[in-house]
Design a protein around this ligand. Structure first.
Ligand SMILES: *[C@@H]1O[C@H](CO)[C@@H](O)[C@H](O)[C@H]1NC(C)=O
Ligand SMILES: *[C@@H]1O[C@H](CO)[C@@H](O)[C@H](O)[C@H]1NC(C)=O
Length: 362
């Protein structure tokens, strides 16, 4: 979900502009002022997953009325139609998809339930991120370093890639927020094994999100896992479609656990990241960011998002945390819209910062 806590130094970095390669299958051009993909998370299938990669399946809360849950499908339709959103990230626990059988087949019922959400997302015309919400772990142990083998994780991704190989707009979110990974070289080997498996399973062009350690912090990527993740390649040696996955919250300890925001994260995180991405001709997607429905978050989150728009050559877009099955009354980072009659009403923060604004760049 969202708990990262890092120590940061406030360093500004100067930018330089280098033309970035494009992903050929995307309709919208990326130019200064036009982010390719904007949207939110539709959470619920991940509920019960802890930062130790333990997932209590009794707490899974599908955001699907067909399964007795909230109307996540209606939420996505609203976000797409009324807010111009075109990407939804759909977190899910590994244990849920294989019904707790590590290395086993996708569970027909559970993977079928999750697929309902994926198909409803695709039906809005949006991109849809399959996000394995396990923090690099299965029941407390790290993949490829004492926990599940790379082969067991590859088995999961091979099956998912086979299932969605024919679907251009599915994005493979390899892993949510790895943290406290002792051996980054080994972690990068794990990520490489998954990328190779996804491509070999027939998903040759879809976007794959590359997760670093440090809770995929946008601040840490360029100096932490990023330099090693640069070496992750497609089987043809290219890096087409391989996009860095970054998260960033704006509260006092950057953990996303407080309703108030204190920073726009630009000088010490996103500006240096933009510079680093440009120098390596690569891109990132911010798959979690957000804040409370407060004036401080409106101020800082809007600034951060404006910075993404101004650097749309390296930032593909964002998915805010979070809509879906959260209770908007009690969850301080809720981006859940509420239905009034036939109309959906967004939170003030979503309206102010996250919806697509008319392009000013022509
Ligand atoms: C995009 O445009 C804004 C406003 O004109 C400018 O401040 C910013 O530096 C530009 N970004 C890039 C990467 O050129
Ligand atoms: C959010 O904050 C605004 C005031 O800034 C308030 O009017 C609104 O009711 C709050 N809640 C939601 C869900 O938007």
């Amino acid at each position: 979900m969202l708990f990262f806590s890092i120590s940061v130094s406030l360093l500004a970095a100067a930018g330089s502009v280098v033309a970035a390669p494009t992903l050929h299958h995307h309709a919208r051009d990326r130019e200064n002022g036009t982010l390719l993909l904007i949207g939110v998370n539709i959470a619920g299938f991940d509920f019960g997953c802890s930062i130790h990669g333990s997932c209590h399946l009794s707490q899974v809360t599908p955001p699907l009325t067909s399964l007795g849950g909230v109307d996540g499908v209606g939420q996505m339709r609203h976000f797409a139609k009324d807010d111009g959103m075109d990407i939804f990230r759909l977190p899910v626990g590994w244990q849920y998809l294989v019904n707790k059988k590590l290395g086993g087949d996708l569970d027909a019922e559970n993977a079928g339930n999750y697929d309902q959400l994926v198909q409803a997302c695709l039906a809005t015309g949006s991109h849809c991120v399959i996000d394995i919400h396990n923090y690099a772990r299965w029941n407390g142990k790290i993949i490829g370093q004492g926990g599940p083998s790379n082969a067991q994780f590859v088995s999961l991704w091979t099956q998912l890639a086979e299932k969605y190989a024919g679907t251009d707009k599915v994005i493979f979110g390899v892993m949510n927020e790895p943290h406290d990974v002792p051996n980054i070289d080994k972690w990068v080997e794990t990520v490489q094994a998954v990328v190779t498996a996804i491509r070999k399973a027939g998903a040759k062009t879809q976007m794959i999100l590359l997760p670093g350690d440090d809770w995929t912090s946008a601040e840490a990527m360029a100096r932490g896992s990023g330099p090693l993740l640069l070496e992750v390649k497609n089987p043809d040696g290219s890096t087409d479609g391989l996009v860095f996955d970054v998260h960033m919250y704006l509260d006092s300890d950057l953990s996303g656990t407080h309703p108030d925001c204190v920073t726009d994260n630009i000088d010490f995180a996103f500006q240096p990241l933009a510079t680093w991405l440009r120098s390596h001709k690569r891109q990132a997607l911010t798959s979690e960011t957000g804040g409370g429905n407060t004036s401080s978050c409106e101020k800082y989150l809007c600034r951060q998002i404006q910075f993404f728009h101004e650097n749309a050559d390296v930032f593909l877009g964002y998915t805010g945390w979070s809509a879906g099955a959260f209770n908007p009354e009690t969850y301080h980072l809720s981006e859940v819209p509420t239905k009034k009659g036939n109309k959906w009403e967004d939170t003030a923060l979503v309206k102010a910062c996250l919806v697509r604004k008319p392009s000013t760049s022509g």
